[in-house]
Each structure stands twice: as C-alpha cells, then as structure tokens.
Ligand binder design. Structure first.
Ligand code: PMP
Length: 381
C-alpha cells in the first residue's frame, strides 16, 4: 500500500497523556492532567443508579434529554440573563471536546481563517485543520497573558470566519474582563465572524470576579457557540458529558454534524445531572470550593523557589522557575517528575512553536493532602 498521507502530520500524542503516563511510571504525584483526585457527590452517583433502575438505558433524544436542556436554559437565564430555547438552541454533547469539534466542523470551510490565542487548549487547531481551515494564532505572554486586540484587528480579513476564546483560560488561569468584551464587540461588529467560546471553567472563578460569558452580551451571544462541560461542574471528568449553547441558526448546523458524530449521549447520566442541577448550590458553591484549594496551594508554593503567576479562574496554577534553573520547560518537567516526584505540564506544549517562557502548569483540583505532599516535594527543588 502507498504510505498514508497524514491529515495531521504535526500531531503526536497529547502532552496530557504523556505526562500522566510518566507520572504513573515513576510514581509521581500527578498535578499534570486536569482532573480531581477526589470523588463526585455520592448523591449524584445514586441519581445515575436510580435513572438506570428506572429504565433510562436506551438512546436519548439526539439533542439530549429535555429535562436536562430545560435545567440548562434555566441556569443560563438566571446567571447570564440569556434566553436559550431548549428545543432548538441547546445540545448535550459527549464532553466539551466533542462540542468544540462539532462546532468547528459545522461551520468551517476550506481556507476559512480561525483566530486562536496561544497558549491554547490542544483540541482547537487540529479540528480547524481537519476541516481545511487555516489557524491564525496569536501568542500571549506571561505574566498576564492579555489579548493584544490591536493585533487581532490586524489579523482580520474577509476570510476570517471565527475567533476562539477560552475564559477562564486553560492553561494560564486568566479571565476575560469587560474591556476585552468591549474590544471584541467592536471588532466583530458588522463582520461575518463567529465566536466559539470555550467556557468549560465558567464556575471556577475567584476573588468575586464576574464570568463574562458570551451569553451576557446579546450582540456576541447571537454569533457564538458556547461550550461547557459537566466534567468540571460535577467533578466527573471521566463521564464525558457537556453541552453547547448557540442561536438556532448555528445550532441547526451543529446538530447536522452531532447526529452523525455521536447521535446522542449517555442517557442515565443526563437524567441524573438534570435532577442534580435542581439544587443550584451544586454550581453556585464551586467558586468557594476551588478558591479554598487555590489559596491553600498558593500558600504552599509561596514557600518554594517557584514564582507564582496570577490565577483568576480554572483549576490551574502556573509558576515560573527562573530562580531555580535555566532549562527548557519540556526538559525540566521530566526531571521534576523523575527526581522530585511531581508531574506538571510545560506551558510550551500549548504553543504551536513550543514557545518556552519557563512556565509550568499545576492542577490544584486535588485533595488537600495531595497538594500538601506535592508542596513538600517541591520545597526540595
Ligand atoms: N476546553 C478546555 C479549555 C479544557 O480544559 C477541557 C478539558 N480539559 C475541555 C475543553 C474538554 O472538556 P471535556 O473533558 O468535557 O471534553
């Protein structure tokens, strides 16, 4: 057979898989991949079990269980003042990743340009490329990783089809501010530019800050796919259930792809989450729950030679290590796992050009004892 021509020649195994495997191999505390090491609510598990016992074990409707879509319409209206019709504007997906892929593949044509900001979560660029789209990336820089809107303006032309945003941001833990929203609104006004807003960390936002969801701003909302994940909301990253909100004209195209990509998503879990969300505290209490972890971890790290970067949202804390060593982050992170027993992610992995600012990302969605143990080890560095 003629050798295959890869559709993604530059793509290897994701850094999350690589670092989690290394952590397991060398017995390091795994603060690399973003997932909790504590369990979800036993009540939620009971609700799944009840849904199964009640016989909710066959295909869900293509767009998702209506009770869950109704809960999401209620939550979005209450938190952001936006009205989404559960019938035509909300779809339950197999996690945020599938929602991102589906949205991009539904609207990106060959040679359409999509603006992304790096460091970027790793699933955006491959989806754009698979559709024949062109990735236009803009690099952000520590410590504050602010979006340079004047440079965004210069990138816009008549092939620009989409801007991808992610707030709270993985990996940098920054959030969009109202000034960013104003700049964005001015840029897309009167342009055929769609927005994909990855808001999977919408409830993980600290110090009383506001989550500037696209849903809050009608002129942005009407051109946006908003992506969310129950993995973060319910502490269940392994269930891979999320959702997409979009105005009907976008959702119609989204569902054309969704129905052939997965058709529908795990039925009993959807019934369970619909019931679980009836108690609003389950998401309203998340900022406090995670802020306590963030603060505890930051206090611990402050005693090490690592330098803390700001953390306004998400479950990631980044650090620089210029006081410690002048070594590539991709190399230092391996030594950190092997010699000191703590696994992190090198931020260069989130840049196409592997730009190295000597920044590492730790996940603090962990039990206090895990964080304490990691800090003990990091003090020895
Ligand atoms: N977007 C971002 C920014 C993420 O960090 C993640 C998960 N790490 C996802 C999307 C994907 O979410 P899910 O696990 O629900 O597919």
């Amino acid at each position: 057979m003629t050798p295959l021509t890869s559709k993604l020649p530059q793509t290897g195994t994701t850094i999350f898989t690589v670092m989690s495997a290394l952590a397991a191999e060398v017995g390091a505390i795994n603060l690399s991949q973003g997932f909790p090491d504590y369990d979800c609510s036993p009540h939620l598990v009971d609700l799944v079990s009840t849904a199964m016992k009640e016989g909710h074990n066959q295909y869900a409707p293509m767009a998702g269980v209506m009770a869950l879509r109704e809960q999401l319409a209620y939550k979005t209206e209450k938190l952001y003042g936006a009205t989404y019709n559960p019938d035509t504007e909300i779809t339950i997906t197999a996690g945020g990743t599938q929602a991102v892929f589906t949205a991009i593949s539904a609207v990106i044509h060959p040679n359409d340009e999509v603006i992304i900001f790096e460091p970027a979560f790793d699933c955006y660029a491959p989806a754009i490329k698979l559709m024949g789209g062109i990735v236009k990336s803009l690099e952000l820089e520590p410590p504050d990783y602010r979006i340079p809107w004047d440079m965004v303006k210069r990138l816009i032309n008549n092939r620009t089809r989409m801007i991808i945003l992610n707030s709270p941001h993985n990996p940098t833990a920054t959030i969009l501010r109202k000034s960013d929203i104003d700049e964005l609104s001015a840029i897309v006004k009167n342009q055929d530019i769609l927005i994909l807003s990855d808001e999977v960390y919408e409830h993980l936002i600290y110090d009383g800050e506001t989550h500037h969801s696209m849903a809050r701003y009608p002129e942005l909302q009407q051109r946006s796919f908003i992506i969310a994940s129950f993995g973060k909301l319910c502490h269940t990253t392994g269930w891979k259930v999320g959702y997409c909100l979009a105005p009907a004209f976008l959702m119609q195209e989204f569902r054309k792809v969704h129905q052939f990509l997965v058709f529908s998503v795990n039925t009993p879990i959807q019934y369970a989450i619909a019931e679980y969300l009836k108690n609003e505290r389950v998401y309203l209490d998340l900022p406090e729950f995670f802020q306590q972890k963030r603060d505890h971890f930051r206090q611990g790290l402050a005693q090490t030679r690592f330098e803390l970067l700001p953390c306004s949202g998400s479950y990631f804390q980044s650090v620089t290590y210029n006081n410690i060593i002048d070594e590539k982050d991709s190399e230092f992170v391996i030594r950190l796992a092997k010699e000191f027993g703590v696994a992190a992610i090198p931020t260069s992995a989130f840049y196409t050009k592997a730009t190295d600012h000597h920044v590492l990302r730790f996940c603090f969605a962990k039990k206090q004892e895990t964080l304490d143990k990691a800090v003990d080890r990091l003090m020895k560095v």
